[in-house]
Design a protein. Structure first.
Length: 169
């Protein structure tokens, strides 16, 4: 009887235990925009700029070797001009004190980017194309519901597994 009560009490407080605010201790946000080059804007999840953060740019033809390295300015900005002879997805990694993120920037005349299930292509006269990275950021209600269901299934499966072992012993 006590075991059933404890199990019921745990089930009662499971929603309270699993409820959490969005954690942003190590969250970062990186955006880019087209100027005469590519400008990276790096900020922490709270909005503070990632000043003097390490930046590594990787070209599409050799993604394991850095094409360019540098640091952001005090406002978290870094600008570079990609080599037009290397179309494809350029990756930019920004890191500072354990925080960091990687952003993929499509560059080239016929480069298209998929965002949120729809195809968007924004091509300029200089051959640069990109999509707004915020379109694909954030969890949808369906993703949250599936994650919650998977967590509950794992919790209950584990609880039932251990409860079954006790009865058999």
């Amino acid at each position: 009887m006590i075991v059933k009560f404890k199990f019921f009490l745990l089930l009662l407080f499971l929603p309270v235990i699993s409820w959490s605010a969005k954690a942003s201790a190590h969250g970062t946000e990186i955006q880019y925009q087209k100027v005469q080059a590519i400008q990276i804007d790096a900020a922490y999840a709270g909005g503070q700029p990632m000043g003097n953060a390490q930046v590594t740019v990787y070209a599409p033809n050799n993604p394991s070797t850095p094409w360019k390295t540098g640091t952001t300015d005090k406002q978290g900005q870094f600008t570079f001009v990609p080599d037009a002879s290397q179309p494809g997805n350029w990756e930019v990694k920004v890191r500072q004190a354990g925080h960091g993120n990687i952003i993929t920037i499509p560059v080239g005349e016929k480069t298209t980017a998929l965002a949120a299930g729809t195809e968007k292509a924004a091509e300029g006269s200089d051959g640069l194309s990109w999509f707004d990275s915020e379109d694909s950021v954030g969890d949808t209600l369906l993703e949250k519901a599936l994650l919650a269901a998977a967590g509950a299934w794992g919790f209950f499966g584990t609880a039932l597994f251990f409860a079954r072992r006790r009865r058999a012993a």
